[in-house]
Design a binder for this molecule. Structure first.
Ligand code: ZN
Length: 757
């Protein structure tokens, strides 16, 4: 997570925008006696390797006879002695098998659609129309995720290429499937039977029918044929525009050339990495590892300004028309589907539900945080003034903070006043120690146990990967949770950030009630330890690790019946909440102390260092959050209007809103930051507010349940059961209310920022 950069949602989903069929996981559990059609067989060359069986009873009588949680030692002993009820996924695929499996899977989608499409509409039932689809979702979830996962982690080039190809095959098949009008008609017929079905079916299946039906309707299948065709064409065009926009960003090789003198202040290891122009100048590209150190450290104000403006405008001419057309298409689509605007269309399917719920939320934050932002600026300006004086440029000094100055003066503030040496702090966080203590933390808080598989017995995609069997023991007997993978270190061609990739969701078999357990992975890039030095984590990396681990735990704990609701398959404006909440622990002095152990002698971090570290947590947070509000409001400003009102002058809107909301000045410069704002072109359109939305709930839960007693097992268990275990099987607000004991509010979030509620 970038504390002062655009936050990136690092939980990956394989197909975020498509209705049911593309959901990576699915579970089903029949509570009433219904006759079930033979499930569609998944025709893969390599069948799902998970075996499903019930959790075995533990032999130990002491465990079996007690009704309170047994003591940890006996649980550990029992767990170690026992064998997980399900083998870990098999990772031995050849490139040919990957491609064949993808093609077979795509064919199985079509075969099932044909089968359902052939049922006379008046004969469509839950059993013959819905059940087979849910079954297929269940059985294809694990292999589907595996096939598309190899491209991010495999050391084998051919396997990576086959995996990327598999993703395309499966994506195309999913798109085709979601446009099957004949299938929609049968689903619609079942949807009309909902009142009757509610009498016998578990609410989770009812929810699945509603979501499935709604998914088709939202794709336009409820419209007359002529309009449907128009919707299809518009969607296709929209997809092309998104790809172009993203390609323009990733293919951008533009740079600025500076002399070494101009780059004074930028760390040498950064400038050493810059290529040179023919006349010997240094090339600063707009990739973050080049750009951010310049914005943060270059002494020359003109250089920082040039770098910032250059970045904002680097693909302006290419991407502005693409964004404009996309916004027009979205508005048109929303109108065709019967919505006022694109915001209404998006929010209907989110936790926030309504545009009218989000705008006041943002307005409120904007007003309440504003004084904090003004205070931050008042803190930075004297530093700016002193800097100008020291450089003999007093005559040029202006008493305002420009948008291109924030990073530099924030960095100065941290260095000069807080005297934080991140490298020294990292010496207290050797990776292995952080890892052991993190897992122990989750074990204590959520009543879990991680048992590492010996290396020679593990089933993984690379020899560096660690595999764990995870158990929970809040019941009389330990219950198997699932498989957990840690892929910690960089290697060539591996995914380059830290993220949680779901591997296989858990679900309960529709026919025999047997359980399939989930598997999930954390893919990170921590420096490999050497003979002389272990891998050391900066404090921000400890926080990131905790955050991603939070997604991983969320993705493991699901106990839903349907795989489509498993784990992190929750609304996009809620998915970050559990991980954002976990970040709080990494800022608690007691926890920092506990997690620290100097790599040379195991000593703890001093109270004084911890105090200065914690003091930096909210430095300039007012400006940070106002910037987030600016992004969110700009996003809404684009999408909340009718087609005729699409902002003609995006530059002006972007810049005016920034001055007004984020409080940093533009000095009359024209900037097109929206043209590099990938979020609003792909996945976060009308959704950027989600980062703030979920963070507010994260703070509320932490303050209400954990602030006074961070290691409360009761709170941990309540939270796990209300939020993590339930995944997306009910509206998120229900879980929140359960864990809070009331409606959520933003008091804790504001309190954390030092703002009176
Ligand atoms: Zn995240």
């Amino acid at each position: 997570m970038l504390r002062h950069g655009t936050r990136v949602n690092l939980i990956l989903r394989h197909s975020p925008h498509l209705p049911p069929r593309t959901a990576p996981t699915l579970h089903r559990y029949i509570t009433t006696r219904v006759s079930v059609q033979a499930p569609a067989k998944v025709n893969c060359t390599r069948p799902t390797t998970t075996t499903t069986s019930r959790v075995p009873k533990f032999a130990s009588r002491t465990l079996a006879t007690t009704s309170t949680p047994p003591d940890l030692a006996s649980v550990i002993a029992a767990v170690k002695m026992s064998t997980p009820p399900q083998q870990p996924p098999n990772w031995k695929y050849t490139p040919e098998e990957v491609k064949k499996s993808a093609n077979d899977m795509a064919a199985s989608f079509k075969k099932l659609d044909d089968q359902i499409g052939a049922i006379p509409i008046e004969e469509a039932t839950y059993e013959n129309t819905i059940v087979p689809q849910l079954e297929l979702e269940n059985t294809t979830a694990l292999p589907r995720n595996q096939l598309t996962f190899f491209q991010h982690v495999s050391a084998d080039k051919e396997l990576r290429e086959a995996s990327a190809e598999a993703e395309k095959i499966l994506m195309d098949a999913s798109v085709e499937s979601t446009m099957r009008h004949d299938v929609f008609q049968r689903v619609e017929a079942v949807h009309k039977q909902l009142d009757e079905l509610k009498k016998t079916l578990d609410p989770e299946y009812i929810r699945a029918i509603e979501k499935m039906y709604k998914g088709y309707v939202r794709s336009g299948l409820g419209l007359p044929e002529e309009t449907r065709k128009e919707v299809e064409a518009l969607n296709k065009r929209k997809g092309e525009l998104a790809i172009k926009f993203s390609n323009n960003l990733s293919n951008d090789t533009s740079f600025l050339a500076f002399t070494a003198e101009e780059l004074e202040g930028v760390p040498k290891d950064v400038t050493d990495g810059f290529e040179k122009t023919e006349d010997g100048k240094l090339k600063m590209t707009f990739q973050y590892p080049d750009l951010f150190p310049v914005l943060r450290s270059a002494k020359n104000p003109e250089v920082r300004k040039k770098a910032f403006l250059g970045d904002q405008n680097r693909v302006k001419d290419l991407n502005t028309p693409l964004l404009k057309e996309t916004v027009e298409i979205r508005t048109k689509l929303a109108n065709l589907l019967g919505y006022r605007h694109h915001c209404d269309y998006v929010l209907e399917d989110r936790m926030a539900k309504k545009y009218e719920n989000v705008m006041p939320f943002l307005e409120d934050l904007k007003e309440r945080i504003k004084p904090q932002g003004e205070k931050d600026i008042a803190e930075l300006l004297p530093i700016k003034k002193a800097d100008y004086e020291a450089q003999g440029k007093s005559a040029d000094y202006k008493d305002v903070l420009y948008v291109w100055e924030t990073r530099y003066y924030l960095n100065k503030l941290l260095e000069d006043q807080f005297k934080i040496d991140q490298e020294k702090i990292a010496e207290y966080f050797p990776l292995q120690n952080v890892l052991d203590k993190s897992l122990a933390f989750f074990e204590n808080l959520f009543s879990l146990k991680f048992v590492e598989t010996p290396k020679d017995q593990a089933s993984t995609w690379h020899e560096d990967v660690k595999q764990y069997a995870v158990w929970k023991y809040d019941t009389a007997e330990p219950v198997f949770v699932g498989w957990f993978y840690l892929d910690l270190h960089p290697r060539p061609n591996k995914y380059g950030h830290a993220a949680n990739f779901g591997i296989g969701p858990g679900f309960t078999d529709l026919k025999d009630g047997s359980r399939t357990y989930p598997a999930t992975s954390l893919v990170c890039n921590f420096t490999k330890p050497t003979a002389e030095k272990p891998s050391l984590l900066k404090h921000s990396e400890v926080t990131t690790f905790f955050h991603e681990l939070g997604h991983g735990i969320h993705d493991l704990m699901g106990t839903t019946k349907l795989s489509r609701f498993h784990g992190t398959s929750v609304s996009w404006d809620f998915v970050e909440c559990p991980s954002q909440m976990l970040e709080f622990w990494t800022w608690e002095p007691e926890q920092i102390k506990h997690f620290s152990a100097h790599y040379k002698d195991g000593s703890k971090m001093s109270d004084e260092t911890i105090k200065s570290l914690v003091a930096t947590k909210h430095v300039c947070d007012g400006l940070h959050y106002l910037r987030q509000v600016h992004f969110a409001m700009f996003d809404f400003g684009l999408h909340n209007k009718g087609i005729k009102d699409t902002p003609a002058d995006l530059d002006k809107t972007w810049n005016d809103m920034r001055e007004e909301i984020a409080l940093v000045k533009n000095d009359g410069e024209s900037m097109a930051g929206y043209s590099t704002f990938g979020h609003i072109m792909g996945g976060y359109d009308s959704g950027y507010y989600g980062y703030l939305w979920s963070e507010v709930f994260a703070a509320d839960i932490y303050y209400t349940r954990f602030k006074d007693d961070p290691m409360s097992t009761k709170s941990g268990l309540d939270y796990r059961k209300a939020i993590l275990d339930r995944g997306g099987s009910r509206d998120e607000i229900e879980g929140l209310k359960e864990v809070l004991g009331r409606e959520p509010n933003n008091d804790a979030f504001l309190k954390e920022l030092g703002i009176a509620a």
